[in-house]
Design a protein around this ligand. Structure first.
Ligand SMILES: Nc1ncnc2c1ncn2[C@@H]1O[C@H](COP(=O)(O)OP(=O)(O)O)[C@@H](O)[C@H]1O
Ligand SMILES: [Mg+2]
Length: 232
């Protein structure tokens, strides 16, 4: 099992009050699954993504990633794991504006101390994978929205992470460009990647093999997608 979550609870403190964001969630995800997580605004999707991505810790319950209890890791071990194992993809791309595409994609490897030459060749390979080999010198401001998201996906892939976590990856794109990005996710899944895709759009969730719906911090349903959208 890649991900195992047991009775996971997250409360945010707001002064005197506790805001319950996740209420005793149970969830297991295997390697090479393609899972969507849907739910209305405020249902706990981003909270769950932050915990899955080790950006935040639960109030209670167990999160095991590759059989390691994440709670047992100290800060250094946690950030090393996050950097190596988790590829994040965000709605607004989160690229550094002063760096070109190649430098943006190299960043996770800089943090993990990979030597310069290897860094460059791996970043280039990752950009080739997303179809941007001819844009490596371009800064984010010189790229379209779809191209920026491709750079972000190349950056997420460059460490060969155990999992790709995408929070509304098509949210800032027009629907045609969004479909291109979904085609790329489809191919990456076929190549063996594990993908967790957070979205509030049914059309996007239809691409996944398994659909989870969260409501009020609880899993409302978790079922196989019988009508997986065909990629043409
Ligand atoms: N940093 C925070 N401090 C306090 N409350 C928060 C914080 N982040 C999220 N919440 C609350 O937790 C709940 C779930 O939020 P979130 O996970 O962002 O939902 P979603 O991504 O599904 O829109 C909401 O009620 C939200 O207001
Ligand atoms: Mg959110």
């Amino acid at each position: 099992m890649l991900i195992e979550i047991k009775n996971l609870t997250k409360n945010y403190s707001m002064g005197e009050n506790e805001v319950p964001a996740l209420k005793s969630i149970n969830l297991s995800i295997n390697k090479n699954e393609y899972v969507s997580i849907m739910g209305p605004s405020g249902s706990g999707k981003s909270t769950l993504m932050n915990i899955l991505g080790c950006l935040d810790t639960p109030t209670d319950g167990i999160y095991k990633f590759k059989n390691v209890d994440v709670n047992s890791l100290d800060d250094d071990a946690l950030s090393a794991m996050r950097n190596k194992e988790i590829g994040f993809i965000f709605q607004n791309f989160n690229l550094l504006p002063r760096l070109n595409a190649l430098q943006n994609v190299e960043l996770p490897l800089v943090y993990s101390g990979v030597p310069t030459a290897e860094r460059k060749s791996r970043a280039l390979k990752s950009l080739e994978r997303v179809g941007l080999a001819d844009r490596i010198d371009h800064k984010p401001g010189e790229l379209s929205g779809g191209q920026r998201q491709r750079v972000a996906i190349a950056r997420a892939l460059v460490t060969n992470p155990g999992i790709l976590l995408a929070d509304e990856p098509t949210g800032a794109l027009d629907s045609r460009t969004g479909e291109d990005i979904m085609r790329l996710f489809h191919d990456l899944h076929q190549e063996g990647n594990t993908i967790i895709l957070i979205t509030h759009e049914q059309e996007i969730a239809d691409h996944a093999h398994r659909n989870i719906f969260i409501k009020d911090g609880m899993i409302h349903y978790d079922r196989p997608n019988e009508n997986k959208k065909q990629i043409v």
